[in-house]
Design a protein around this ligand. Structure first.
Ligand SMILES: *[C@@H]1O[C@H](CO)[C@@H](O)[C@H](O)[C@H]1NC(C)=O
Ligand SMILES: *[C@@H]1O[C@H](CO)[C@@H](O)[C@H](O)[C@H]1NC(C)=O
Ligand SMILES: *[C@@H]1O[C@H](CO)[C@@H](O)[C@H](O)[C@H]1NC(C)=O
Length: 482
């Protein structure tokens, strides 16, 4: 999140991330030095023709049906297209009067931000109250056991709401356990300036452990905010966001990277902490400006070969930078590439499937949700191409707001190649501690929900799809399939 820039961008949520018009023919990218041979063109048009024919035959009664039967049958239920026909936005003339008063009637509020306001009619739909909480101790309704309910209060094994915002998950192979790290925002939301962005003091990074990804045990705060020392990076009035942890097998250390900032987002740095145990305590090492650049929303990605990478929003969120970490994961090498140039993206979540790298990002509109974009690349260092809005199902408003949430992490599901969990935050700027989690199934490949308007409908990349579900669960035996 770039809360600072929410103010800058007030009133004009930019849909800047329109896809770059890229050449439909990858063979052309050598700079046009070779004229593409007639035979290649013919085969391209043949493939296009076959593709269009298949697109037509995939439609029955104007509805798309499931294609590509090579997918595992156990994941079918994840791909159901669930519509939300009765979901309506309040009509424009019924704008929430408090929001209008606060922002002035002239300036249009950022799209959808007013619906996050507690007095909005939609608020209770997006933030169902505690009685509808889910989790191992939520009540005696066993029919909801094991089901994810995006946007509902999610309780840990002690019955407390999970506090792990802007988080990420580490699967610890040695302990066969998942660890979920995120911002503990269980404090009072306040504004430093009347028009400033909503914030909560740094409490620290929470850790939760689980074997099944649904029932989470609180492991405590593994990196604490600093109460006394005002010059410390983690002093409570500063900012600690999007902590991500990876394990370094060479040093046997768990390494956490996070966005470190001051209260007005001018420090724009990354911080590093280490621990011998996944459940901490982590020792805070230092912060820096990566490659000498400002850095805000960020994430880590560890590749199969043990190389890890940092990617972050740079140049006031205009570009993204990516660079490899040193072997001990505690620093950066000198290598850096600019990616998603001038696309104004944040909230990166990176994953890999079938040798291709994928990333989900959001636009920059502060706490207000906006449209997600999926990106794909043959190499982690790029070039990255936009492959469209991954959101499928729900309704148009839900798809244009990433289901009223913002990406934070994508977790591969072992045993189900091409299946992932998309993890996102539904921020509640009027009470940040009550921000919710939106977890949904993500698939690479498979069906198209709408005509792929890029590259003349010819998909150069597999489609990335995030399927809307009000309620869903992992397929039976998801860990054992293979
Ligand atoms: C559990 O069930 C009992 C009896 O049906 C009911 O009185 C109680 O309120 C339920 N508890 C919760 C948390 O739903
Ligand atoms: C306060 O934090 C700074 C920066 O981390 C550190 O250099 C200094 O030693 C700390 N002071 C105390 C009293 O711990
Ligand atoms: C940002 O905050 C620091 C202290 O937290 C202050 O010294 C500085 O003037 C602020 N900068 C702006 C641009 O408000």
């Amino acid at each position: 999140m770039a809360r600072l820039f929410s103010e800058v961008n007030k009133g004009r949520v930019r849909m800047r991330h329109k896809r770059r018009k890229s050449s439909p023919f990858p063979f052309n990218n050598a700079g046009g030095r070779f004229s593409v041979s007639f035979a290649v063109w013919i085969s391209v048009f043949l493939v296009l023709f076959i593709y269009f024919i298949s697109q037509i035959t995939e439609k029955t009664d104007g509805k798309l049906i499931r294609v590509h039967p090579n997918h595992l049958s156990v994941t079918y239920e994840l791909e159901d297209i669930e519509e939300e026909p009765n979901f309506r936005l309040p009509p424009p003339h019924k704008r929430n009067p408090r929001a209008v008063k606060r922002r002035g009637s002239k300036k249009k509020p950022p799209a959808y931000s007013e619906f996050l306001d507690e007095s909005s009619e939609l608020h209770s739909v997006l933030f169902p109250d505690r009685r509808l909480a889910v989790g191992p101790n939520a009540g005696n309704d066993s029919s909801s056991t094991g089901y994810f309910y995006p946007g509902h209060v999610w309780l840990d094994t002690d019955g407390n709401p999970i506090q792990a915002h802007g988080g990420g998950i580490l699967f610890d192979d040695r302990r066969k356990t998942y660890y979920w790290y995120g911002e503990n925002k269980d404090g009072t939301t306040y504004h430093t300036q009347p028009k400033g962005t909503a914030r909560v003091d740094i409490i620290g990074v929470s850790c939760y452990s689980s074997k099944n990804l649904w029932s989470w045990k609180y492991e405590g705060i593994v990196l604490r905010g600093e109460q006394q020392n005002v010059t410390h990076d983690l002093y409570k009035t500063n900012v600690l966001e999007r902590p991500k942890v990876i394990y370094n097998s060479k040093t046997n250390q768990y390494v956490m990277w996070m966005h470190i900032d001051d209260g007005n987002y001018t420090k724009a740095s990354v911080g590093v902490a280490v621990s011998k145990s996944p459940t901490g305590p982590f020792t805070y090492l230092y912060s820096m400006r990566p490659h000498g650049s400002d850095s805000r929303d960020m994430t880590l990605f560890e590749d199969d070969d043990g190389r890890a990478y940092l990617m972050y929003s740079a140049r006031d969120n205009v570009d993204f930078h990516i660079g490899p970490l040193t072997e001990d994961y505690l620093g950066l090498t000198g290598v850096m590439k600019k990616i998603l140039v001038r696309q104004h993206r944040e909230a990166p979540a990176v994953f890999k499937h079938g040798g291709t790298y994928y990333m989900i990002t959001s636009g920059c509109s502060g706490w207000a949700p906006n449209r997600a974009m999926a990106h794909a690349a043959p190499s982690i260092m790029g070039p990255w191409e936009n492959v469209g809005n991954p959101c499928v199902g729900g309704n148009r408003v839900l798809r244009l707001t990433t289901f009223f949430s913002q990406s934070t992490f994508v977790l591969p599901l072992p045993g189900l190649p091409g299946s992932f969990i998309f993890m996102a935050d539904r921020w509640n700027p009027s009470n940040l501690r009550d921000s919710r989690y939106v977890w949904l199934p993500l698939k690479v490949g498979s069906l198209a929900d709408e005509p792929m308007d890029y590259s003349f409908g010819f998909p150069l990349w597999s489609r990335v799809s995030i399927f809307w579900h009000k309620r869903w669960r992992l397929p039976e035996g998801w860990k054992n399939v293979n």
